[in-house]
Design a protein around this ligand. Structure first.
Ligand SMILES: [Fe+2]
Ligand SMILES: [Fe+2]
Length: 389
């Protein structure tokens, strides 16, 4: 049963809200000023773009600039605690002296920002010269900015302070001329947004690192089991990617190729030693259930196919082999040849190897290998191996 209605969008509500949850603009009670309405609208605006802005730096700059605007401050900044929670360093710094301020590191045992970070409590100080915690030597003397008043709030994530957000000096022509509790509230809401976005970005980074490390470990395991030479997987991945760039492969297709090239021989982990021809299909099945790797699966399945249909497991021909698999297949063969040349005569120089590989590639162009892949190799990869003597 609706008991109230938004005066702006006319959305009915079952209880009273401070601000309309539908449009964020309306003021549905007594005593809420126009400024509060604008503040809420800006917060809604940030929340809307929140998931769209993937660049953390940009998002924090936006949040900081909004804080500056809404509180009518001369400057603003976001500072983060370092891993040991001993120093605060500037992540964003608005206002005229922003670029200078960004180079400054502040020990948490000093200053107002340090106090806020350490105690996880906000501060609103109208005249910093009267506050014993204020230390001009920390930022003002280096930046040339003169702080008069400050609102500084902690950014907290899961009960732990991760940094602070502050606005400095109420603008001289601002109504009232002083920071208020409203300003403090606004800054706290924004600091909440900032904290979540910082932690999201850290989580994404951690996941990326975890993924990269896992791939590295898998690569090493594959090499041990498949009895490939050390670094085989990485060389296949590197050369495949160089060829792919030459062929203007980009985006997801490029990523899939990179993962497939790195893990192309993963199937060796799951097969009996006397049946190596099973490794492409087994490998493809192994990765197909991992969402990030599912696009690499068809490339792994076809990485032993050959242009003329003489490969395995399906005897696919020419364009029926995915392009990424054609690249890996070619590079796999080139790398295997390199290994056997070295095995036969460990004294063969890199230049001599290059000539032999080029010869092999050219001999099998349009027979075992896709001509465009071989051409990209001869133009892009082979010359970087040095000029033959
Ligand atoms: Fe293979
Ligand atoms: Fe291989």
């Amino acid at each position: 049963m609706a008991i109230a209605k938004c005066s702006n969008c006319e959305e009915p509500f079952e209880r009273l809200f401070k601000f309309c949850p539908n449009c964020g603009l309306s003021v549905l009670g007594e005593g809420f000023t126009d400024k509060a309405g604008v503040a809420v609208r800006d917060l809604f605006e940030i929340a809307k773009t929140f998931s769209a802005v993937l660049d953390l730096e940009l998002l924090l700059q936006k949040i900081s600039a909004t804080a500056e605007k809404l509180t009518q401050a001369e400057a603003s900044s976001v500072m983060l605690l370092d891993d040991n929670k001993e120093y605060l360093y500037f992540k964003t710094a608005g206002g005229e002296k922003g670029s200078v301020v960004k180079t400054i590191k502040i020990p948490v045992r000093h200053g107002i920002a340090g106090w806020v970070a350490k105690n996880a409590k906000p501060l609103l100080i109208q005249d910093v010269s009267k506050d014993p915690r204020f230390s001009a030597a920390l930022a003002d003397e280096k930046s040339g900015f003169k702080t008069r008043s400050i609102v500084c709030v902690p950014m907290i994530f899961q009960d732990e302070p991760i940094g602070v957000m502050e606005v400095l000096n109420k603008k001289v022509n601002a109504p009232g001329g002083r920071f208020t509790d409203d300003d403090l509230d606004i800054l706290q809401s924004l600091a909440g947004f900032a904290a979540v976005s910082i932690m999201n970005s850290r989580l994404t980074q951690d996941q990326k690192n975890f993924f990269a490390n896992t791939m590295e470990i898998l690569g090493a395991a594959i090499e041990t089991i498949s009895q490939n030479s050390a670094g085989h997987c990485w060389r296949v991945a590197q050369t495949s990617c160089t060829i792919a760039r030459r062929l203007k492969i980009t985006g997801l297709q490029y990523k899939n190729l990179y993962y497939a090239a790195l893990l192309h021989d993963i199937g060796f982990i799951g097969i009996p030693k006397n049946q190596p021809n099973l490794h492409p299909a087994i490998g493809a099945d192994m990765v197909s259930t991992v969402r990030l790797l599912s696009g690499a699966s068809p490339l792994i399945r076809a990485h032993q196919e050959l242009w003329d249909g003489s490969g395995y497991p399906s005897g696919l021909k020419q364009d029926s082999i995915p392009l990424g698999a054609r690249i890996i297949s070619f590079v796999e063969n080139i790398e295997n040849l390199r290994d056997s040349i070295k095995k036969e005569n460990p004294k063969t120089t890199e230049k001599e190897i290059r000539v032999k590989l080029e010869h092999y590639a050219s001999e099998n162009i349009d027979i075992l290998f896709d001509p465009q892949v071989v051409a990209a190799y001869l133009v892009e990869v082979s010359p970087s191996m040095g000029t033959p003597a």
